[in-house]
Design a protein around this ligand. Structure first.
Ligand code: COA
Length: 275
């Protein structure tokens, strides 16, 4: 478990709103923000998951609020934000984490399957930013968009998510440029493979996870707490001059590939050239 290097009160007095905050990486972000003092609001589709998550966060001594809803529904986004501000007084930190994913070759994917993921990941992020703007302008707040690294290369069976997350990264840059003058910072986090999450169950079925680990330069999956601490950093004054940046937190996974020839063969070739 990653240990925080930050003081536990650095986000005291702040209110954070996290979409998809009840589980997985996003709950890791919610826990980390709460552990550093922020009150937490969250939105997701499953009320019982939100309720349980908020009960756990309340044990950290912060105020919580939840509203069930789907980020694809712009009115639901607006209502959840308005009710959060009514309940907790303001909005300082908006984390867009709600996402949908499954593996599917593009030639098999229905147009509605493609649209569904773009609607959740990209349009959902826009909806929240759009209706969060007035509150973030008032608080000089910030946005953290949870992205991915899939679209940095061509990732098989992930055309739908890659397209959606490329759009999310474009929004991060664009809103950073347009809303910087309003005092709003907009950044992103691109997690790599994070263990024990719904995403990993979907993307690394069976024993494919073990094979994947061997190809990650840091040799392991990440922890939700490591994404959480990156969010704490971005939300803190340590990042007060950072905007429009998406921080990759993936143990070096996306930038490395397996050797083209086995090491044993390279060693044989070296021995031959010496001898
Ligand atoms: N392979 C191919 N197509 C799929 C699919 C799969 N595994 N799962 C869903 N689809 C298609 C459906 O067939 C449907 O298209 P159609 O109408 O042409 O048949 C379309 O996607 C919508 O599916 P539906 O199940 O109605 O959507 P939903 O709104 O109930 O669920 C999903 C959204 C599909 C993204 C679902 O996987 C989900 O709820 N995910 C949230 C959790 C998650 O993905 N977490 C990991 C984040 S990294």
């Amino acid at each position: 478990m990653a240990i925080s290097p930050f003081r536990s009160d650095i986000l005291k007095g702040k209110v954070a709103f996290i979409t998809g905050g009840g589980s997985g990486i996003n709950f890791g972000v919610a826990k980390a923000l709460a552990a550093h003092g922020a009150d937490i609001a969250m939105m997701g589709r499953r009320e019982e998951v939100l309720q349980q998550a908020c009960q756990e966060l309340a044990k950290l001594g912060v105020r919580t609020f939840y509203k069930s809803g789907d980020v694809r529904n712009a009115e639901a986004c607006k209502a959840a934000l308005d009710e959060t501000v009514n309940a907790l007084g303001k909005l300082d930190i908006l984390v867009n984490g709600a996402a949908g994913n499954f593996l599917c070759p593009p030639e098999e994917l229905s147009p509605n399957g493609f649209k569904t993921v773009v609607d959740i990941d990209l349009n959902g992020t826009f909806n929240m930013c759009r209706y969060g703007f007035q509150y973030l302008k008032a608080s000089k707040g910030l946005i953290i968009n949870i992205s991915a690294t899939l679209h940095y290369v061509g990732t098989p069976f992930q055309a739908h998510v890659s397209a959606a997350k490329a759009g999310v990264d474009a929004l991060t840059i664009n809103l950073a440029a347009e809303w910087g003058p309003e005092g709003i910072r907009v950044n992103g986090i691109a997690p790599g493979p994070i263990g024990d999450t719904e995403g990993m169950k979907r993307l690394a079925p069976g024993d494919s996870g073990e094979k994947m680990k061997k190809e990650i330069p840091l040799g392991r999956f990440g922890e939700t707490a490591e994404i959480g601490l990156t969010a704490v950093f971005l939300a803190s004054s340590a990042a007060s001059y950072i905007t429009g940046e998406t921080i990759v937190v993936d143990g070096g996974a996306w930038l490395s590939k397996p050797p083209m020839v086995p090491r044993a063969l390279v060693e044989q070739m070296m021995a031959k050239s010496k001898g």
